[in-house]
Each structure stands twice: as C-alpha cells, then as structure tokens.
Design a protein around this ligand. Sequence first.
Ligand code: ZN
Ligand code: ZN
Length: 326
Amino acid sequence: MPEPSRPDEVLVRVAGAGICATDLHAIEGLMEPAGLVPPVVLGHENAGWVEATGELVQTVSPGDAVILYAPYSCGLCVPCRRGHDMHCERHQFTGLTVDGGFADYVLVSERSIVKLPDGVEPAEVAPHADAGITAYHAVKKVAHLLGPGSTAVVIGVGGVGHVGLQLLRELGSGTVLAVDTDERRLRLATELGCDEAIGGRDVADAVREHTNGRGADLVLDFVGADQTHADGMAMLARQGTYSMVGFGGMLSVPSVAMVSQEQSAVANLVGSWTDLWDVLQLHARGRLTLKTETYPLDDVNDVLSMLREGEITGRAVLVPDGRERP
Ligand SMILES: [Zn+2]
Ligand SMILES: [Zn+2]
C-alpha cells in the first residue's frame, strides 16, 4: 500500500486496471524516452474506490467510486489552464512514470480523480481511463470531417479501436469502415455497427473499392506499425486526414503526394480530464459498449503475453483478488 506524502493525494483501492499495448511498449523499453525509469508498477487504466484522502482533498470521500485520469497535471501551467492536461509542463503519468494500478492500491493527486456517475461500476469502465479518452480525443478532433457522405476507416479494432469505431458513429454521420487482420475483431466491428469490416492483405484497394475509387476522408490508425502507416496513407482520399493513435512504426511518405492532394497527417496523445468526464457521461447513457475480459491480477504476465499474441478481443482488465465494492 503506497504511503501518501502530500495533503492533496487520494489513496484508491483498485477495482480494475486495463491492460494496454503501451504496457507492452514499456516492457520493451520504448517508453523510457517518455520518462519511464524502471522499476515502476505499470497500469494506467485504473478505477476503484477511494480508501483515504489527504487533508486538502475536497471533492471525494472514502468509499466513492472513481476512475483515474492517468496524466498528472499541475493545473498551474499554460497547457493545463488551456485544458491540455496531458501536455502539462510538470508531466507525470500514473502507471508509466509513477506507480500505477497493477496493484491493490494506487496513489494519485485529487486532480486525477473523476467520480463515476451513479450506477457505473469501476471495474467495468476502467479502460475508459486510457482507451476511452484516447479514442474520444482523436475522434473529437476530426469530428468536422465526419459529415454526411464522408468515409472514415478504423485500422485495428482492438481495445482503443473498438471505442473509436463507436465514437465515429456517435459524433459523425458518414460511413464507417473497419480494417483488421483478425476474424474475431472484424466480427466485433460488425456487432458494433461498422458499415463494412475489411480483412485480408489489400486493404487499401478494398477501401478504394468501397468508395468508388475516391479513398477515405479520414483514417484513424489504432495500430501504428510500418504496414498500417503505409496502408493508411495509401487508402486516403484527396484532402484526406490520416490520424495516428497507435505508434511504434515509421511513417514515410513522399511529400509530393501529400502536397498535391492536400492531405494531412496528425497524431493524438491520450486526452484531457474533461474528455474522460465526457466519455463517462456517454457510457452512463448507454451510448458506448466497452468490451472487456476480466482476469485475476496475479495472472498479469500471462495476460500481457495474450495481448502480445493478439489473443485479446476488446480490453483485458486485471482485478485484484476478492475485489468487490467495500
Ligand atoms: Zn494505454
Ligand atoms: Zn501543468
């Protein structure tokens, strides 16, 4: 159990912690340039119940059901005051640069807390802390491109992508196509209401076929490997936008192609505290389905291997032993 050291801290009893591909990147050493110094307890998609509060804490009390916004933000710098908490000048990140929620308890600042709407159970929404807000932040940014007659493509219907697909419907009114290499994830995309689920190798050609040769106005890449970067740019329409959420590959594209077609490439990092609040309101109204599989916390290494092998459909959530509402 971590020891509070500041009067604005809140100790939270973990009810559930989602597992993210970024955890794999952390284990591979890819997150050290982003400030991770091992050893650190991973787990940045955390929800649970308040166990104890520092003397300055005003907005929550022990027993409250909460979800935890992973970026630490000071509230004082210019990016924080603009609402871009994830770009805080004193940035920390629960579960990457400070200890996270693959544990019985996690310690956060009061600014990281979002109270859950009535009737929402923490373990069932934990992945919204990252998967949900990352998808929301990315889709909201391009919502003006999702008008009637537009075509958006989701590449990778995994933990983040399956939320992104629903948000494209929720915040837009165009056609939504889903691309994945796995039959189970393509079925999930269909269940969640995409207009066409596309598998196979020649996905860029398939998207062009579905758009009378025009290509996609928006491609949201939730994978971020060399192949999906190349496919995403190859399926883009004139004036299209290629938006990256997943990462790890190398984006390489001839500038003449982008300039002559006035295409854009943009990137997305998590989301803001208010994005998390928004996502929970959508969830509480039944507008978002979060597909989760729960596993005991003790199985963390097995579940990480399953994620690495592509054996998780939706999001895996780790639950500490015997965890239920206090
Ligand atoms: Zn994540
Ligand atoms: Zn700040």
